[in-house]
Design a protein around this ligand. Sequence first.
Ligand code: AMP
Length: 256
Amino acid sequence: MKVVTSAHELPSGCAFVPTMGALHAGHASLFTIAKKVHTNVVASIFVNPLQFEKQEDLDKYPRTPIEDIDLAANSGVTHLWLPHYSEIYPEGFSTIKAGPIANLYEGKSRPGHFDGVVTVVRRLFDLVKPNFAVFGEKDFQQLILIEEIAQGIEIVRAPIIREADGLAMSSRNVRLTPEGRSTAAVISRALSLAKSESELREMLSSEPQLTLDYADFIDEETFQPAQRDSTSVRAIVAGWINSVRLIDNMRMEARA
Ligand code: AMP
């Protein structure tokens, strides 16, 4: 694996996996999927200040550069790109706005977040010019908004990788206390068991350590509340445990 700091050192065709580092098995699964569609797998690590609404959250974002290089090298990454801020955001750079779905759910709770996400992803795409880009369903709303700005780059969806107790892997999980960490499994448990939105909310509300932001059944295509005749329904959840924001989602097949 080559570690590079400039996009000029990247190959001309590739499958691309953008990340913010603190890599875990969820990221590794994206690298493995990327390897299946292209021999060149480019991963980037860039903690994008534009998508953090609070300076404190940006400062607290975990950074594990040494371990990241090991994990990437062992998971099929051929080029690990560690760009400098000025390569991504040269003086006078312009931002872009995410589509209307960006005003709902994650975007409602984190104003400006998705504009920051699509701005960095568009910029990364322009520099890397990948054939494919792999994104996790863990950040389902982000995935939908990126599909809208893909402009011919094939977006590959990757399933959510979970811990043994079901908690969706996330770089932020290390900030949970041991007690918070064991409580956090309630989210995926509720997603697996609930047959309706009200059941989902009831299960999540019964956990005092979890401050729920939203728990909704939505139509995957529109991000509007699911209707009786919606063919693809997804339950989406966000909340805080120990002030750490946790998100998760699951496709809802017909449950009786
Ligand atoms: P991040 O480093 O958190 O910005 O995530 C980089 C990519 O990894 C995004 O496409 C995420 O959706 C994806 N990702 C993060 N956690 C997981 C997970 N547990 N399972 C699958 N994909 C994930």
